[in-house]
Design a protein around this ligand. Structure first.
Ligand SMILES: [Cu+2]
Length: 108
């Protein structure tokens, strides 16, 4: 597990984004179970800010979450929240930065 953490830690950069502060973010709680990531809720609206919030079940390298297509590069170990704006609709794969843990977010 130490090796895993080290490997993920090398990819811990978080992306900074300019977001319209007048928009209230959609809150999505991010957790982990035996199947992988859990997102509550797992569906968000396109072109509106989404705030990923770390749940207690998230641990280890699962805190480093990426989705190239959604533009997510989150370090939830360092920060308990991460905001991004989904720019397209669809079902998107989300994974830890090592591609060990996986989940899906739906954008409508
Ligand atoms: Cu990992």
């Amino acid at each position: 597990m130490l090796l895993v953490l080290t490997a993920c830690g090398n990819n811990a950069a978080t992306g900074a984004m300019s977001i319209d502060p007048s928009l209230q973010p959609q809150v999505v709680n991010v957790g982990l179970n035996a199947q992988g990531y859990t997102f509550l809720p797992n569906t968000v609206e396109v072109n509106k800010p989404v705030k990923l919030v770390r749940s207690n079940s998230l641990q280890g390298c699962a805190m480093f979450i990426i989705s190239p297509k959604l533009g997510i590069n989150a370090n939830l170990m360092q920060n308990s929240e991460y905001i991004f704006v989904p720019k397209q609709t669809g079902t998107f794969d989300v994974m830890c930065s090592m591609n060990m843990y996986r989940g899906r977010l739906i954008v409508k």
